[in-house]
Write a protein that binds this ligand. Sequence first.
Ligand code: SF4
Length: 324
Amino acid sequence: MNIPIFVPHVGCPNDCAFCNQRSITGVTEAPAPESVGSIADEYLSGGGAGENTIAFFGGSFTGIEPSLQRRYLAEAKKYLDAGKISGIRLSTRPDYIDADVLKLLGEYGVTNIELGAQSMDDGVLAASGRGHDSGAVRRAAGMIRERGFTLGLQMMTGLPLDTPEKSLATAEEFIRLGAAETRIYPTLVMERTRLADMYRAGLYRPQTVEEAAELGAALYGKFRDAGVKVLRVGLSDSEELKGGCVAGPYHPAMGELVISRFVRNQLEAHAEEGALRISAPKKYFSKIVGPRRCNARYFREKGVYFSLTEGEEPLVNGRYELLF
Ligand code: SF4
Protein backbone atom coordinates (compact mmCIF):
# COMPACT_ATOMS: atom_id res chain seq x y z
CA MET A 1 0.00 0.00 0.00
CA ASN A 2 1.18 3.49 -0.82
CA ILE A 3 0.56 6.17 1.76
CA PRO A 4 0.23 9.07 -0.66
CA ILE A 5 1.38 12.53 0.32
CA PHE A 6 0.45 14.97 -2.42
CA VAL A 7 2.91 17.80 -2.82
CA PRO A 8 1.20 19.52 -5.73
CA HIS A 9 3.10 21.77 -8.07
CA VAL A 10 5.43 22.90 -5.29
CA GLY A 11 8.56 24.18 -6.95
CA CYS A 12 7.39 23.39 -10.45
CA PRO A 13 7.95 26.28 -12.85
CA ASN A 14 7.03 24.15 -15.86
CA ASP A 15 3.86 24.38 -17.82
CA CYS A 16 3.15 21.04 -19.45
CA ALA A 17 0.28 21.35 -21.92
CA PHE A 18 -1.82 18.70 -20.16
CA CYS A 19 -1.19 19.64 -16.55
CA ASN A 20 -3.56 21.18 -14.11
CA GLN A 21 -2.45 19.86 -10.75
CA ARG A 22 -5.51 21.23 -9.02
CA SER A 23 -7.89 19.20 -11.16
CA ILE A 24 -5.79 16.05 -10.99
CA THR A 25 -5.16 15.80 -7.26
CA GLY A 26 -8.10 17.74 -5.91
CA VAL A 27 -5.64 19.41 -3.54
CA THR A 28 -4.31 22.91 -3.90
CA GLU A 29 -2.06 23.17 -0.84
CA ALA A 30 0.86 20.93 0.04
CA PRO A 31 0.53 19.41 3.51
CA ALA A 32 3.08 20.67 6.03
CA PRO A 33 6.05 18.31 6.47
CA GLU A 34 5.03 17.90 10.12
CA SER A 35 1.72 16.38 9.03
CA VAL A 36 3.36 13.46 7.19
CA GLY A 37 3.27 11.46 10.43
CA SER A 38 -0.42 11.98 11.07
CA ILE A 39 -1.30 11.11 7.45
CA ALA A 40 0.78 7.93 7.73
CA ASP A 41 -0.76 7.02 11.09
CA GLU A 42 -4.23 7.37 9.66
CA TYR A 43 -3.43 4.98 6.81
CA LEU A 44 -1.59 2.52 9.02
CA SER A 45 -4.41 2.46 11.58
CA GLY A 46 -6.66 1.27 8.75
CA GLY A 47 -4.90 -2.07 9.21
CA GLY A 48 -3.14 -2.11 5.84
CA ALA A 49 -0.95 -5.14 6.38
CA GLY A 50 2.16 -5.98 4.38
CA GLU A 51 4.44 -3.68 2.45
CA ASN A 52 3.66 -0.01 2.97
CA THR A 53 5.55 2.88 1.46
CA ILE A 54 5.23 6.59 2.03
CA ALA A 55 4.86 8.07 -1.43
CA PHE A 56 5.44 11.72 -2.31
CA PHE A 57 3.35 12.24 -5.42
CA GLY A 58 1.67 15.02 -7.29
CA GLY A 59 4.48 17.16 -8.58
CA SER A 60 8.22 17.20 -8.96
CA PHE A 61 9.48 16.37 -5.51
CA THR A 62 13.17 16.95 -6.21
CA GLY A 63 12.36 20.34 -7.72
CA ILE A 64 11.38 21.78 -4.36
CA GLU A 65 13.84 23.48 -2.02
CA PRO A 66 16.36 20.92 -0.69
CA SER A 67 15.70 22.09 2.88
CA LEU A 68 11.97 21.41 2.41
CA GLN A 69 12.70 18.02 0.80
CA ARG A 70 14.75 17.16 3.88
CA ARG A 71 11.89 18.10 6.20
CA TYR A 72 9.43 15.86 4.34
CA LEU A 73 11.90 13.02 4.06
CA ALA A 74 12.99 13.23 7.70
CA GLU A 75 9.38 12.62 8.77
CA ALA A 76 9.09 9.65 6.42
CA LYS A 77 12.44 8.24 7.55
CA LYS A 78 11.21 8.04 11.14
CA TYR A 79 8.58 5.55 9.92
CA LEU A 80 11.17 3.67 7.89
CA ASP A 81 13.57 3.43 10.83
CA ALA A 82 10.74 2.27 13.09
CA GLY A 83 9.90 -0.52 10.63
CA LYS A 84 6.39 0.84 10.10
CA ILE A 85 6.96 1.20 6.37
CA SER A 86 9.21 -0.71 3.99
CA GLY A 87 10.15 2.12 1.67
CA ILE A 88 9.86 5.71 0.57
CA ARG A 89 8.94 6.52 -2.99
CA LEU A 90 8.59 9.72 -4.89
CA SER A 91 7.87 10.97 -8.35
CA THR A 92 9.76 13.70 -10.14
CA ARG A 93 10.87 15.00 -13.50
CA PRO A 94 13.85 13.48 -15.29
CA ASP A 95 15.65 16.83 -15.50
CA TYR A 96 15.42 17.25 -11.71
CA ILE A 97 17.79 14.36 -11.10
CA ASP A 98 21.53 14.81 -10.59
CA ALA A 99 24.25 13.42 -8.32
CA ASP A 100 23.50 15.84 -5.45
CA VAL A 101 19.78 15.13 -5.59
CA LEU A 102 20.35 11.38 -5.48
CA LYS A 103 22.81 11.76 -2.61
CA LEU A 104 20.17 13.61 -0.58
CA LEU A 105 17.50 11.00 -1.36
CA GLY A 106 19.91 8.22 -0.42
CA GLU A 107 20.59 9.83 2.98
CA TYR A 108 16.91 9.56 3.86
CA GLY A 109 16.42 5.99 2.71
CA VAL A 110 14.38 6.67 -0.42
CA THR A 111 13.89 3.34 -2.18
CA ASN A 112 11.86 4.03 -5.32
CA ILE A 113 12.16 6.92 -7.74
CA GLU A 114 9.53 7.32 -10.43
CA LEU A 115 10.26 9.59 -13.36
CA GLY A 116 7.46 11.23 -15.26
CA ALA A 117 9.04 10.45 -18.62
CA GLN A 118 5.71 10.54 -20.52
CA SER A 119 7.24 9.66 -23.89
CA MET A 120 10.61 8.77 -25.38
CA ASP A 121 9.76 10.62 -28.57
CA ASP A 122 11.32 14.09 -28.70
CA GLY A 123 8.61 15.46 -31.02
CA VAL A 124 5.88 14.37 -28.58
CA LEU A 125 7.77 15.81 -25.60
CA ALA A 126 8.23 19.16 -27.37
CA ALA A 127 4.61 19.34 -28.54
CA SER A 128 3.49 18.64 -24.97
CA GLY A 129 5.66 21.44 -23.59
CA ARG A 130 7.55 19.13 -21.26
CA GLY A 131 10.72 21.19 -21.33
CA HIS A 132 13.05 18.18 -21.44
CA ASP A 133 14.00 15.65 -24.09
CA SER A 134 14.32 11.89 -24.08
CA GLY A 135 18.06 12.20 -23.39
CA ALA A 136 17.20 13.61 -19.96
CA VAL A 137 15.19 10.46 -19.22
CA ARG A 138 18.05 8.19 -20.32
CA ARG A 139 20.58 10.08 -18.21
CA ALA A 140 18.39 10.18 -15.10
CA ALA A 141 17.35 6.53 -15.44
CA GLY A 142 21.00 5.45 -15.68
CA MET A 143 22.02 7.45 -12.59
CA ILE A 144 19.08 6.16 -10.56
CA ARG A 145 19.89 2.54 -11.36
CA GLU A 146 23.63 2.96 -10.83
CA ARG A 147 22.98 4.20 -7.30
CA GLY A 148 20.75 1.27 -6.47
CA PHE A 149 17.31 2.90 -6.35
CA THR A 150 14.35 1.09 -7.87
CA LEU A 151 13.51 2.84 -11.13
CA GLY A 152 9.95 3.61 -12.14
CA LEU A 153 9.15 5.21 -15.50
CA GLN A 154 5.72 6.70 -16.07
CA MET A 155 4.26 7.24 -19.51
CA MET A 156 1.27 8.96 -21.06
CA THR A 157 -0.53 7.89 -24.20
CA GLY A 158 -2.36 10.08 -26.67
CA LEU A 159 -0.21 13.19 -26.17
CA PRO A 160 0.02 15.75 -29.00
CA LEU A 161 1.78 14.16 -32.02
CA ASP A 162 1.75 10.76 -30.29
CA THR A 163 0.77 7.55 -32.09
CA PRO A 164 0.28 3.99 -30.82
CA GLU A 165 3.59 3.05 -32.47
CA LYS A 166 5.44 5.80 -30.59
CA SER A 167 3.85 4.71 -27.31
CA LEU A 168 4.87 1.09 -27.92
CA ALA A 169 8.41 2.24 -28.75
CA THR A 170 8.43 4.25 -25.49
CA ALA A 171 7.50 1.10 -23.56
CA GLU A 172 10.28 -0.84 -25.29
CA GLU A 173 12.80 1.81 -24.34
CA PHE A 174 11.57 1.84 -20.72
CA ILE A 175 12.28 -1.89 -20.63
CA ARG A 176 15.76 -1.39 -22.08
CA LEU A 177 16.45 1.35 -19.53
CA GLY A 178 15.78 -1.13 -16.73
CA ALA A 179 12.48 0.16 -15.35
CA ALA A 180 11.19 -2.13 -12.61
CA GLU A 181 7.85 -0.31 -12.39
CA THR A 182 5.66 1.78 -14.60
CA ARG A 183 2.40 3.70 -14.69
CA ILE A 184 0.40 4.29 -17.84
CA TYR A 185 -1.79 7.37 -18.11
CA PRO A 186 -4.02 7.98 -21.13
CA THR A 187 -4.06 11.75 -21.66
CA LEU A 188 -7.16 13.57 -20.46
CA VAL A 189 -7.93 17.11 -21.53
CA MET A 190 -8.36 18.98 -18.26
CA GLU A 191 -9.99 22.37 -17.86
CA ARG A 192 -7.61 25.34 -17.56
CA THR A 193 -4.77 23.72 -19.49
CA ARG A 194 -3.11 24.59 -22.77
CA LEU A 195 -4.28 21.23 -24.08
CA ALA A 196 -7.88 22.33 -23.53
CA ASP A 197 -7.17 25.43 -25.65
CA MET A 198 -5.58 23.27 -28.36
CA TYR A 199 -8.57 20.93 -28.27
CA ARG A 200 -11.07 23.78 -28.55
CA ALA A 201 -9.10 25.27 -31.43
CA GLY A 202 -9.24 21.93 -33.24
CA LEU A 203 -5.47 21.45 -32.93
CA TYR A 204 -5.59 18.32 -30.82
CA ARG A 205 -7.65 15.15 -31.11
CA PRO A 206 -7.74 13.10 -27.89
CA GLN A 207 -7.89 9.32 -27.82
CA THR A 208 -11.27 7.65 -27.53
CA VAL A 209 -11.88 5.31 -24.60
CA GLU A 210 -11.70 2.44 -27.09
CA GLU A 211 -8.30 3.57 -28.45
CA ALA A 212 -6.90 4.13 -24.96
CA ALA A 213 -8.10 0.70 -23.82
CA GLU A 214 -6.67 -1.12 -26.85
CA LEU A 215 -3.30 0.62 -26.65
CA GLY A 216 -3.22 0.28 -22.87
CA ALA A 217 -3.78 -3.48 -23.22
CA ALA A 218 -0.89 -3.78 -25.69
CA LEU A 219 1.40 -1.78 -23.39
CA TYR A 220 0.29 -3.78 -20.37
CA GLY A 221 1.13 -7.02 -22.19
CA LYS A 222 4.54 -5.74 -23.23
CA PHE A 223 5.47 -4.64 -19.70
CA ARG A 224 4.06 -7.82 -18.20
CA ASP A 225 6.13 -10.02 -20.53
CA ALA A 226 9.26 -8.06 -19.58
CA GLY A 227 8.60 -8.37 -15.85
CA VAL A 228 7.95 -4.63 -15.38
CA LYS A 229 5.35 -4.10 -12.67
CA VAL A 230 2.42 -1.98 -13.89
CA LEU A 231 1.54 -0.02 -10.76
CA ARG A 232 -1.40 1.85 -12.25
CA VAL A 233 -3.25 2.50 -15.47
CA GLY A 234 -5.23 5.75 -15.58
CA LEU A 235 -5.62 8.45 -12.96
CA SER A 236 -7.61 7.65 -9.81
CA ASP A 237 -11.20 8.60 -10.34
CA SER A 238 -12.55 11.52 -8.35
CA GLU A 239 -15.24 14.15 -8.61
CA GLU A 240 -12.54 16.74 -9.43
CA LEU A 241 -11.17 14.58 -12.24
CA LYS A 242 -14.57 13.87 -13.73
CA GLY A 243 -15.75 17.45 -13.33
CA GLY A 244 -12.55 19.00 -14.69
CA CYS A 245 -12.21 16.71 -17.69
CA VAL A 246 -13.13 18.52 -20.90
CA ALA A 247 -12.45 15.68 -23.34
CA GLY A 248 -10.44 12.51 -23.77
CA PRO A 249 -10.72 8.90 -22.65
CA TYR A 250 -12.19 9.43 -19.20
CA HIS A 251 -13.36 6.14 -17.68
CA PRO A 252 -14.05 5.66 -13.95
CA ALA A 253 -12.11 2.38 -13.97
CA MET A 254 -9.54 2.70 -16.75
CA GLY A 255 -7.16 0.21 -15.10
CA GLU A 256 -9.83 -2.48 -14.90
CA LEU A 257 -10.90 -1.73 -18.47
CA VAL A 258 -7.35 -2.11 -19.81
CA ILE A 259 -6.67 -5.38 -18.01
CA SER A 260 -10.02 -6.78 -19.08
CA ARG A 261 -9.14 -5.79 -22.67
CA PHE A 262 -5.81 -7.60 -22.27
CA VAL A 263 -7.85 -10.66 -21.21
CA ARG A 264 -10.35 -10.19 -24.05
CA ASN A 265 -7.55 -10.17 -26.62
CA GLN A 266 -6.36 -13.54 -25.30
CA LEU A 267 -9.91 -14.93 -25.39
CA GLU A 268 -10.29 -13.70 -28.96
CA ALA A 269 -7.65 -16.20 -30.05
CA HIS A 270 -9.87 -19.07 -28.87
CA ALA A 271 -13.26 -17.65 -29.87
CA GLU A 272 -13.14 -19.40 -33.24
CA GLU A 273 -13.81 -22.63 -31.36
CA GLY A 274 -17.34 -21.17 -30.98
CA ALA A 275 -17.37 -21.36 -27.19
CA LEU A 276 -15.40 -19.84 -24.36
CA ARG A 277 -15.79 -22.00 -21.28
CA ILE A 278 -13.69 -20.19 -18.73
CA SER A 279 -12.85 -21.37 -15.24
CA ALA A 280 -10.85 -19.18 -12.90
CA PRO A 281 -10.41 -18.20 -9.25
CA LYS A 282 -13.06 -15.68 -8.16
CA LYS A 283 -10.52 -12.87 -7.81
CA TYR A 284 -10.19 -12.78 -11.61
CA PHE A 285 -13.91 -12.70 -12.41
CA SER A 286 -14.27 -8.93 -12.79
CA LYS A 287 -11.24 -8.77 -15.11
CA ILE A 288 -12.62 -11.59 -17.26
CA VAL A 289 -16.15 -10.26 -17.69
CA GLY A 290 -14.94 -6.63 -17.81
CA PRO A 291 -16.55 -3.43 -16.48
CA ARG A 292 -20.33 -3.67 -16.95
CA ARG A 293 -19.76 -7.19 -18.31
CA CYS A 294 -18.37 -5.69 -21.53
CA ASN A 295 -16.29 -8.76 -22.43
CA ALA A 296 -19.14 -11.21 -21.86
CA ARG A 297 -21.43 -9.02 -23.95
CA TYR A 298 -18.82 -8.61 -26.68
CA PHE A 299 -18.47 -12.35 -27.27
CA ARG A 300 -22.17 -13.12 -26.91
CA GLU A 301 -22.98 -10.46 -29.53
CA LYS A 302 -20.51 -12.23 -31.82
CA GLY A 303 -22.45 -15.44 -31.28
CA VAL A 304 -19.75 -17.04 -29.14
CA TYR A 305 -20.94 -19.04 -26.14
CA PHE A 306 -19.43 -17.45 -22.99
CA SER A 307 -19.47 -19.05 -19.56
CA LEU A 308 -17.46 -18.44 -16.42
CA THR A 309 -17.22 -20.79 -13.46
CA GLU A 310 -14.99 -20.96 -10.42
CA GLY A 311 -11.83 -23.05 -10.77
CA GLU A 312 -8.33 -23.31 -9.36
CA GLU A 313 -6.42 -22.08 -12.43
CA PRO A 314 -7.55 -19.50 -15.01
CA LEU A 315 -8.20 -21.73 -18.04
CA VAL A 316 -10.13 -21.36 -21.29
CA ASN A 317 -11.84 -24.42 -22.76
CA GLY A 318 -9.96 -26.54 -20.26
CA ARG A 319 -6.63 -26.09 -22.07
CA TYR A 320 -5.37 -22.53 -22.46
CA GLU A 321 -3.97 -20.54 -19.59
CA LEU A 322 -5.23 -16.98 -19.14
CA LEU A 323 -2.68 -14.37 -18.13
CA PHE A 324 -3.38 -11.32 -15.97
S1 SF4 B 1 3.20 17.74 -15.22
FE1 SF4 B 1 4.69 17.93 -13.57
S2 SF4 B 1 6.36 19.08 -14.52
FE2 SF4 B 1 4.59 19.41 -15.83
S3 SF4 B 1 3.65 21.31 -15.10
FE3 SF4 B 1 2.65 19.59 -14.04
S4 SF4 B 1 3.76 19.35 -12.13
FE4 SF4 B 1 5.04 20.59 -13.48
